[in-house]
Design a protein around this ligand. Structure first.
Ligand code: 7RM
Length: 636
């Protein structure tokens, strides 16, 4: 296999420049050398970025599960494909080989066909992080059904909205889910949701927690007997390169969730290529990404990317704090993990605890450690680099989106020198640009702008399910002819990118554009601060002023509030400048976050403005209860 593996910076630039000069040739070779196809393409790419129409590998025929499983069987049949680490550390881990994965996927694929599920039908999957989740995803892909995984922490109404939007015929769930010390009754959430979902004909139920459930006659079936009755052989559906592979909903800041549609061949090529390069995966490595498969990170970097590379991938059912704060480090030690990929929110919450939790365990197998989901602040970056990576495993700060399908900007380990808070350089094949307020491309370095991508890449989403107009307007209209990410970025003197946050969150103070990330970074540098979020509020003189919401490492550390506030503002002054000093600071017990751990600044902005109406949908929050508490403590 060859993915233009780069061994040094010089080679990186060589490949990078080639990928810009001859993108078709570049992707043609990657697609040609690393996959099995029923039929190759007539043309590498066709696109019209004005109309948001993009197609890759025209007329190629392929099945992604043949590439994830079948083609590894001869050489890696007895190799572990999936390590399942249960929520409860006393429950034995499972090692599922590629041979066993084949059998399980084949049986479920056959059961799906028997149920009447056909190519193009939508299947929603609402499962905890257990092997059946990956198997369900792959079984759908095997028969050409379009999977839509819904994170198993969403409420009944959030589930119903997604199921109805894609008009799913089948829903796969479990009796319950273990999450730390709790058991969540998934099936009863589904029963509630399905009261308003007329398209769902059947519900398959995985037994996980042995929770009592109501089975609706004719509609609901236990999964195990269905798959047990099937043969462990299943012909893969021949898919066109542009046939839909999956829909994944992303909440967006307002309005109805967007069903991002990814198609078959481009997504396959891109998730495989990025996984191999960014995690420097080698044959006997054990790779672990802590995301949930309900997010794009889990799709691309727990299931598809690793399996396409014949890797061993860990599926972890639990949470970082159960039974204690060392669970991540204990699991790394236990399974001899070589690549570890997590989110800044998890890093910050663990960095709040004593690093003795980390030092209790042998992390010497680690080679690469990654971060994704939000800007990683400098203090968290150093904590991760020093205590987890031991200054020898590079931190790959990977910038990408549900919409991009895979990682776009990231260091390549052992090639790109890392720099705290910088996602660094685009992968070969990716052409980022910064745009100024006049919508012109900024050529020079040491500058800031709106981050766009100016040439298509195979992993990009093709549309929003059922709403191409919204797709075009959201991503291709602000800067005509380019894909607009919605993020702001800085580019330093050597061309490294630093993501500064969503442009919607940018605050203009006395005519200056301030990104949220660099200011929060300066605040987080203060030794008492755990996390922070800043928003703007109207101000008579400056137009806007800054309001900071801050959590502290030690509850009650704000006893000497005045000093703390002064010190925090001094940090900001010296790191960024007096312009970015906070007018108001509120110490809080937590920040409102999405279920994937991103801070929801939209809600904080409303509170800062004193507008308590119309917070939008807060049921998708991880911690909805925190909102009232913050409202009550608002600084006038
Ligand atoms: C993979 C994922 C996408 C948004 C994106 C950014 C933010 C993600 C980073 C980051 C700074 C990073 N998909 N984001 N990674 N910001 N540095 N390394 O998170 O669709 O859920 O979110 O997340 O704002 O646009 S997502």
């Amino acid at each position: 296999m060859s993915y233009y593996k780069v061994d040094n910076l010089e080679q990186y630039f060589k490949h990078y420049n080639k990928s810009v000069r001859e993108p078709r040739k570049f992707w043609d070779r990657i697609a040609d050398e690393n996959f099995t196809w029923y039929q190759k393409w007539d043309k590498v790419v066709e696109f019209d970025m004005q109309e948001a129409d993009v197609k890759w590998f025209i007329n190629a025929k392929v099945n992604i599960t043949k590439n994830c499983i079948d083609r590894h069987l001869a050489k890696r049949g007895n190799k572990t494909a999936i390590i399942f680490e249960p929520n409860n550390p006393d429950e034995e881990a499972q090692h599922i080989t590629y041979n066993e994965l084949y059998d399980r996927v084949a049986k479920m694929a056959n059961a799906l066909r028997k149920q009447g599920i056909k190519k193009g039908d939508r299947v929603c999957i609402y499962l905890p992080m257990i092997p059946e989740l990956a198997v369900s995803v792959l079984a759908c892909a095997r028969i050409g059904a379009v999977h839509s995984v819904i994170f198993a922490g969403f409420s009944a109404s959030a589930v119903a909205a997604r199921v109805n939007d894609c008009e799913a015929k089948l829903l796969i769930t479990s009796d319950g889910a273990y999450r730390g010390s709790k058991t969540i009754e998934l099936k009863s959430i589904i029963d509630e949701a399905l009261k308003t979902c007329p398209t769902v004909e059947n519900v398959w139920v995985v037994k996980r927690t042995n929770t009592d459930v109501k089975m609706v006659e004719g509609r609901d079936k236990w999964l195990q007997p269905l798959v047990d009755a099937e043969d462990a052989n299943s012909v893969a559906e021949i898919m066109d390169a542009e046939d839909p592979l999956f829909i994944l909903y992303t909440s967006g800041s307002t309005g109805k969730p967007k069903g991002m549609l990814h198609t078959t061949a481009g997504y396959m090529v891109y998730s495989a290529y990025t996984f191999k390069n960014i995690f420097a995966y080698e044959e006997n490595d054990v790779y672990w990404c802590t995301a949930d498969i309900g997010w794009i990170t889990g799709h691309s970097y727990i299931v598809y990317g690793p399996l396409l590379n014949g890797a061993t991938t860990v599926i972890f059912e639990g949470v970082p704090s159960y039974p204690e704060f060392d669970r991540f480090w204990q699991v790394i030690d236990k399974h001899k993990v070589t690549q570890f990929y997590t989110a800044p929110t998890a890093i910050r919450s663990l960095a709040k605890e004593d690093w003795k939790w980390v030092d209790k365990h042998d992390l010497s197998t680690l080679k690469v450690i990654g971060s994704v989901g939000e800007p990683i602040n400098e203090e968290a970056w150093h904590w991760y680099n020093d205590h987890v990576g031991k200054k020898k495993s590079p931190v790959v700060d990977t910038w990408w989106q549900t919409e991009t399908g895979g990682i776009m900007i990231s260091p390549i380990p052992f090639v790109t020198p890392t720099k705290p808070t910088y996602a660094t350089l685009p992968l070969p094949g990716i052409q980022p640009v910064l745009m100024d307020e006049r919508r012109n491309e900024i050529e020079e370095n040491q500058t800031a702008g709106s981050l766009c991508i100016k040439f298509p890449w195979p992993g990009m989403a093709r549309t929003i399910w059922g709403d191409h107009k919204r797709f075009k307007e959201t991503y291709f209209s602000t800067f005509p002819g380019k894909y607009f990410t919605g993020d702001g970025a800085l580019r330093d003197e050597v061309g490294y990118y630093r993501i500064t946050g969503r442009v919607d969150d940018v605050i203009i103070v006395s005519g200056h554009n301030l990104g949220t990330a660099p200011i929060e970074d300066a605040i987080n540098e203060h030794p008492s601060v755990a996390e922070s979020a800043i928003v703007g509020f109207p101000h008579d003189v400056k137009g806007n002023a800054l309001y900071g919401f801050i959590t502290l490492k030690e509850a009650g550390a704000w006893r000497n509030q005045d000093n703390l506030i002064k010190e925090i503002n001094e940090h900001i002054s010296s790191h960024i400048g007096p312009i970015a000093k906070l007018d108001k600071i509120q110490f809080v017990n937590g920040l409102p976050k999405t279920r994937s751990g991103k801070i929801m600044r939209r809600i904080l902005r409303k509170i800062a403005e004193g507008d308590f109406s119309n917070f939008g949908d807060t049921t998708t929050l991880l911690n909805p209860e925190i909102v009232d508490e913050i409202k009550e403590g608002r600084i006038n």
